[in-house]
Design a protein around this ligand. Structure first.
Ligand code: PHE
Ligand code: ZN
Length: 896
């Protein structure tokens, strides 16, 4: 392990690498105990003078080193913990390196490691240096030829990037395979997999008529669970052709499932490695949400083949170049899949469901990050450990910044901009600025005299902008004036500088509609066109627009479609919100109005509990909920979103100081009251959305019905309706798919007070103990149950099925408890438990430990006694002697 004082790396210090790498040849002698790697690297001078050649390495043992065929003696090179420096004497040379690594001791899951008896690699961001000494940076791209040798019985399949050239048996029960990747790539896209797998495959014709082989590899015995994954992959290929005009550039595209994986999946060229959770699915074991998540992740990794692989990042500060863009693309893919076969308002409402889910994620994960000690622009300025910057900001806010460009350019303009980006940069490692310039070239043509000068600030400015809205109506001349004023408060380390630095305004596309008092749309004339929704370009601190021919005092519908990642400040009455909730023609804004109403109600309850006054639920609020529940024009999926209360964590963010126990109380109270007040419609909804004997399909319509039915069940359970427990038990035991089974069990775990709940949990374990992904759900249910205490979690940690080494299992139990069980974690024992687990994980897997370490970034915003107790827990972690650089960076920033 490295020491705890990692240097800070700054974006402005970028220097090009002084050599080009023209060819990489790797020979692997695989053995889980000790793997030998022989690397032959052909370099060519790129700088004007000969420079020392600096290679990265980590946890490697050097066996031999030769320059142009001559062995180098230790005096001829410098070797330390993480670099190897060689002094070439010619501009073109070959370096041969033989090194050893130990896959079965590698618990970090970076580099070459063992999972389930198979061997996998993970190289992004800096894992390749654990395989061999190498210029391990994304701007050094090379062609790879890879020979893999291993025991044939244990490792019948030997995979790497590109095309299989040769495969043959060797002596001693070993065999070898030779792979060649025709596409130059950076080391982070390298992959190797060895082991025994089931394979599901299909040959497709790409648009230009080429045959391509698509394959999904998974554990032996899981063939029946990969149908959906292969289907998602096929649809991804087709969608990227039809919507983005991008064709698969490979003859063979492979996906391999691994049970031990730090993240969701990895886009290695032609050989994606996936967390098994995003591959395996069948009706009995995967929920509707899992099916959708698999679709999104398979799409995401596939779309990286162009946005990330064909054009990659110059350095890791540019991470959002590939991630923001690819998240935007996978969001659009998922939305298009939901809207398939629909048009007009129906398609729009189907797409809005995806938008609602994405914005919820953004607000839950990214807004708090952007307001806390880890706040950073989507293109960070500095880091200590790049692994800590795979953040909601780089990914989700990054996608919002791409989406705003899409809004400003329109679909056709955006596609033209992207085509220009590939025309300019195909095969290169580039920057976020290069991307914006390509988009700007189209924007400037569409809007003579305009540029992205202001828009570019989204890449360098952290924090969520606030947009204050004011509106005035002049009845005498039927004009309405809308004023937008943006405010970009200092965040994170910016708060430390005195005086606080002024932050310039951003370019914010602000979508707006107006409604009459009867809820009907009032068309707005803007830039010569009349429309129900217009987009205002807010580029200064304050701007006003006056609209004419507005016949009555309008009710504004603000930030439609969530057209920018900002917080809108506009005081309005619950009556106006209720009107929008019933009538807004923009399905996103309509949901937003309902959520705002619910937040108002919940915050009033939090206050009542804090002051020890009688909690009251506004009858108008219940009335609004009733009318939504009875609205037959809404789809089930949409209705389920509108009628869900904001999550406890989202609500917690809105309390000042943060009051976790008040939030728990208020949320529970309102759910009970809504359950009781609307018993009849909830029951009717439950029954109307129960599909009889139709076989399970993960399609949007039937999964929407299941979501709504399960929501109804939760409200009925909350209200302790006399039939509710029977319904939940019957739904659990008689379920014919995992969505219903989990829906029943989850309702019991959250609300049942009888012994039936424990029996059902035991039954579930008995039934599914062989299936790791299902047992993850079993752990999660118990982790988030309101009755679960630290003691209970500690008991679950000694359950034979628990393992800290498996990231999915640690996430299922430990992360879920720390993040999503507010009443369990916000106790003195809870905080001590959290600190213990961060330290325990740090011994084996610093990347995962650092993620858990971020759970209380926002400790300073809590009230007492939580604030002091959290501070103490953070200090306790900081004082440990051997923290990884990953955890150390997080904790020192939190305590800054
Ligand atoms: N690049 C991966 C993705 O977003 C994420 C990842 C990062 C996976 C680092 C592993 C390690 O698709
Ligand atoms: Zn990605």
């Amino acid at each position: 392990m490295r020491t705890d004082t990692a240097p800070t790396i700054s974006r402005h210090d970028y220097q090009p690498y002084p050599y080009r790498l023209t060819q990489v040849t790797l020979d692997f002698d695989l053995d889980p105990g000790q793997t030998r790697v022989q690397a032959q690297l052909q370099f060519e001078q790129a700088a004007t003078s000969l420079q020392p050649l600096v290679l990265n390495g980590q946890d490697l043992q050097l066996e031999s080193l030769a320059l142009n065929g001559r062995a180098l003696t230790p005096e001829q090179y410098q070797l330390n913990d993480d670099t190897l420096v060689v002094h070439p004497d010619t501009g073109t040379f070959t370096l041969e390196i033989t090194s050893l690594c130990q896959p079965d001791k590698n618990t970090s899951l970076m580099g070459l490691y063992v999972s389930g008896g198979k061997l996998f690699t993970q190289c992004e961001a800096e894992g390749f240096r654990r395989i061999t000494w190498f210029p391990d940076r994304p701007d050094v791209m090379a062609r790879y030829r890879v020979r893999i040798r291993a025991n044939k019985q244990q490792y019948p399949l030997l995979l790497s990037n590109g095309n299989l050239l040769e495969q043959r048996d060797l002596a001693d029960g070993r065999h070898e395979a030779i792979w060649e990747d025709p596409h130059p790539k950076p080391s982070y896209l390298f992959a190797l997999v060895a082991g025994s797998f089931d394979c599901r495959e299909q040959t497709i014709k790409t648009r230009s008529g080429r045959d391509a082989l698509l394959q999904v590899y998974s554990d032996v015995g899981t063939y029946n669970k990969t149908e959906w994954a292969l289907d998602c992959l096929t649809r991804s290929v087709k969608w990227d052709e039809s919507r983005f005009n991008l064709e698969l550039d490979l003859d063979r595209f492979m996906i391999v499932a691994a049970h031990d994986f730090n993240m969701g999946a990895m886009e290695n060229k032609g050989l994606n490695v996936f967390n098994a959770a995003y591959v395996l699915a069948d009706a009995d074991t995967a929920t509707d949400a899992a099916y959708r998540a698999i679709e999104a992740v398979i799409g995401h990794e596939y779309f990286h083949n162009w946005t990330g692989n064909r054009v990659t990042c110059r350095d890791w500060f540019q991470l959002s170049l590939k991630e923001g863009l690819t998240v935007f693309r996978d969001q659009e893919f998922s939305a298009d899949m939901l809207a398939q076969g629909l048009d007009g308002a129906e398609a729009e409402s189907a797409r809005a469901v995806k938008r609602i889910d994405d914005v919820s994620t953004l607000r839950l994960a990214q807004f708090p990050e952007d307001a806390g000690p880890m706040a950073h622009p989507i293109r960070p300025e500095s880091y200590q450990e790049i692994g800590n910057f795979y953040t909601a900001t780089v990914y989700e806010k990054g996608a919002e910044v791409i989406r705003m460009q899409h809004t400003l350019l329109g679909e056709a303009g955006f596609q033209a901009g992207l085509a220009e980006y590939f025309r300019r940069h195909d095969g290169a490692a580039v920057t976020c600025d290069d991307f914006v310039s390509a988009m700007e070239s189209v924007y400037a043509k569409q809007n003579p005299g305009k540029s992205f000068d202001i828009f570019r600030r989204w890449y360098s400015q952290a924090g969520t902008p606030r947009v204050q809205v004011s509106l005035s109506y002049a009845a005498e001349d039927q004009t309405c004036t809308v004023t937008l004023r943006q405010h970009n408060p200092p965040v994170g380390i910016e708060k430390l500088s005195t005086p606080p630095q002024a932050k310039p305004p951003l370019h914010i596309p602000f979508a707006l509609g107006l409604l009459g008092q009867d809820g009907q749309a009032l068309p707005i004339t803007h830039e010569g066109k009349a429309a129900d929704t217009i987009v205002l370009d807010l580029c200064h601190e304050e701007q006003s627009w006056t609209f004419t021919q507005i016949p009555e005092q309008p009710i504004p519908s603000l930030l439609r479609r969530f057209s920018a990642p900002v917080i809108v400040e506009f005081d309005r009455s619950n009556a106006d919100l209720a009107l929008l909730t019933r009538h807004d023609s923009d399905p996103f804004a309509r949901w937003e109005a309902a959520q705002t109403l619910a937040s108002h109600q919940l915050l009033a309850l939090v206050q009542a509990f804090a002051r020890n006054t009688a909690p009251e639920v506004d009858p108008h609020f219940i009335g609004t909920w009733r009318s939504l529940l009875n609205d037959t024009s809404l789809t089930a999926a949409y209705k389920a979103r509108v009628l869900s209360l904001p999550s406890q964590r989202e609500l917690l963010e809105k309390t000042t100081p943060m009051d976790p126990l008040g939030v728990v109380q208020a949320s529970r109270y309102l759910r009970v009251e809504l359950g009781k007040a609307l018993v009849e419609p909830w029951l009717a909804t439950y029954h109307a959305n129960t599909d009889g004997d139709t076989p399970y399909q993960p399609d949007p319509a039937s999964s929407g019905r299941r979501t709504l039915k399960n929501l109804a069940l939760n409200y009925l359970m909350a209200a302790q309706h006399p039939q509710a427990e029977q319904l939940a038990l019957a739904q659990y035991y008689d379920a014919r798919n995992m969505t219903d089974r989990m829906g029943g069990l989850s309702a019991l775990v959250h609300y049942s007070t009888s012994t039936e709940c424990g029996r059902a949990l035991d039954h579930f374990y008995e039934q599914w103990q062989q299936d790791a992904l299902v047992i993850d759900k079993w752990f999660t249910l118990q982790a988030v149950a309101p009755t679960t205490s630290v003691e209970k979690i500690r008991a679950l940690m000694v359950h034979p099925a628990f393992s800290m080494r498996n990231p999915n299992r640690a996430r299922a139990l430990i992360f879920q408890f720390c993040l999503n069980n507010l009443q369990g974690i916000h106790t003195p024992e809870g905080y001590a438990f959290w600190a213990d687990q961060v330290l325990a994980l740090d011994q084996t897997n610093p990347e995962i430990a650092a993620r858990l370490a971020r759970a209380f970034d926002n400790w300073a915003r809590f009230g007492q006694p939580q604030r002091d107790a959290l501070h103490q827990a953070l200090e306790h972690i900081r004082q440990q002697p051997k923290l990884s650089p990953n955890v150390s960076e997080i904790i020192s920033k939190a305590l800054n």
